[in-house]
Design a binder for this molecule. Structure first.
Ligand code: GDP
Ligand code: MN
Length: 398
């Protein structure tokens, strides 16, 4: 689950990470009120208005704008709220902006230009450790930095059992070229950031830019926070921050039905039990000349109700030209699944307009095939993996 910038910043702030302060608003009147309140609290006379969508690169797309007066706050936020914002990270039509964050301007012209750094905390699966990735080249595309000047990206690995050691936080601050007050501030920043990452069961924190102001304060100007869905049950407060408007409608519906579904771009829908089998089924579809339209793990209990829900979800995707059902009967019996498929078909009337290839293997596979073949329904049955692949190929070609 992803958080909005403003939610991520609030989370960081609650762990003592210094942030660029801001107030979120969903219309231009509230935006002006927010700006006034910030002026009182922080003394700022300039602000930035930042579109809150789940995508980065907003600056490039016109989703981050400086406002030098309350009148500018009003015009900028009025045009930003409700717009479709296109950034390098959104689809071609962009994402609708429902809210803006009105934030204090922290790039106030001083004697020194503020410095921008990059910092992220993530899990390094290869080493089984947490990792802080950081760079002096903040504010820009980190991918571009990685490509052109990889020596300017540093990593610090942290043993999750031991935690971040003080020498590691100091090393990060030194590598960023800091000294004096800024060095102390950065040590505190890194330490609190890491604590926030662990305590919130996050899988990614990305702060780009981290800013050093002209008076040596270190603060988070942006935040991208991804939380581990599997740990959300112990963070009810964070789970409540979920913004369903930012998520794929079909995925939301599937998750609500307890199905593990990921929407993809291809033309062959698949319904499989077990994540491993689902992955190999997707490979199979590719090898037979198709492209998977989704990843869908229906789990262990492939009964009629679940199968029907899964069919309905797969069929919401207009690109689907065929559906491959690939179920291994280990604990669940294939004949029960077959009956489930038949019942779902009958229930759905003529809602299914694409060819269905069903492969049932494992306990009672033969009985299952007999049931399907005898049902008179327009379902192509297969027992072997390759046989199923060939049939997918055939229906795609016809
Ligand atoms: P992103 O483009 O989605 O990553 O959004 P960011 O929050 O990183 O903002 C993009 C850029 O806007 C930053 O890299 C800064 O250059 C600029 N920016 C952000 N906050 C301020 C601010 O307070 N004042 C000024 N002048 N620029 C800012
Ligand atoms: Mn950014």
């Amino acid at each position: 689950m992803n958080l909005h910038e403003y939610q991520g910043k609030e989370l960081l702030n609650s762990f003592g990470v210094r942030i660029q302060r801001g107030i979120v608003a969903d219309n231009h009147k509230k935006a002006v009120e927010a700006a006034k309140q910030l002026a009182t609290e922080t003394g700022t006379g300039w602000w930035v208005v930042k579109a809150q969508i789940h995508a980065g690169g907003r600056g490039k797309g016109g989703g981050v704008k400086l406002a030098k007066s309350l009148a500018e706050i009003e015009t900028i936020s009025e045009s930003m709220i409700g717009m479709m914002l296109k950034t390098p990270q959104t689809s071609a039509e962009g994402k609708k902006v429902h809210q803006v964050l009105v934030a204090e301007d922290v790039y106030y012209p001083g004697e020194n230009e503020p410095d921008e750094y990059y910092m992220s905390v993530l899990l390094n699966r290869a080493t089984g450790k947490n990792m802080i990735m950081y760079s002096t080249e903040g504010g820009m595309d980190i991918e571009a930095v990685a490509e052109k000047t990889p020596h300017l990206i540093f990593t610090e690995e942290i043993d999750p059992l031991i935690g971040l050691q003080p020498f590691q936080a100091r090393k990060v601050a030194f590598n960023l070229g800091l000294s004096g007050g800024a060095l102390k501030e950065m040590i505190k920043f890194v330490t609190s950031l890491y604590t926030a990452f662990v305590k919130s069961d996050a899988s990614l924190f990305e702060i780009n830019p981290v800013l050093k102001t002209s008076d040596d304060k270190i603060l988070a100007v942006d935040s991208k926070v991804t939380l581990d869905d599997n740990a959300l049950f112990r963070h009810k407060d964070l789970a409540a921050l979920r913004d369903l408007r930012e998520e794929n409608d079909i995925e939301v519906e599937a998750n609500a039905a307890g199905l593990n579904y990921v929407d993809l771009d291809g033309n062959v829908g698949c319904m499989v039990n077990g994540a491993g089998l689902a992955m190999s089924t997707m490979d199979l579809i590719k090898q037979s000349g198709g492209e998977p339209a989704n990843f869908l793990d229906v789990g262990g209990t492939a009964d009629a109700k679940r199968v029907e829900t899964a069919f309905r979800i797969i069929l919401q995707d207009d690109n689907v030209k065929a559906i491959l059902v690939n179920i291994f009967g280990g604990i669940v019996r294939c004949d029960r699944v077959a009956q489930g498929i038949i019942d779902a078909f009958i229930n759905m009337g003529d809602a299914i307009k694409v060819p269905i290839i069903v492969r049932l293997q494992g306990t009672n596979a033969i009985e299952a095939k007999q049931l399907i073949d005898a049902s008179g329904l327009d379902v192509i049955s297969a027992t072997e993996f390759q046989e199923a692949a060939d049939k997918v190929k055939e229906v795609l070609a016809s």
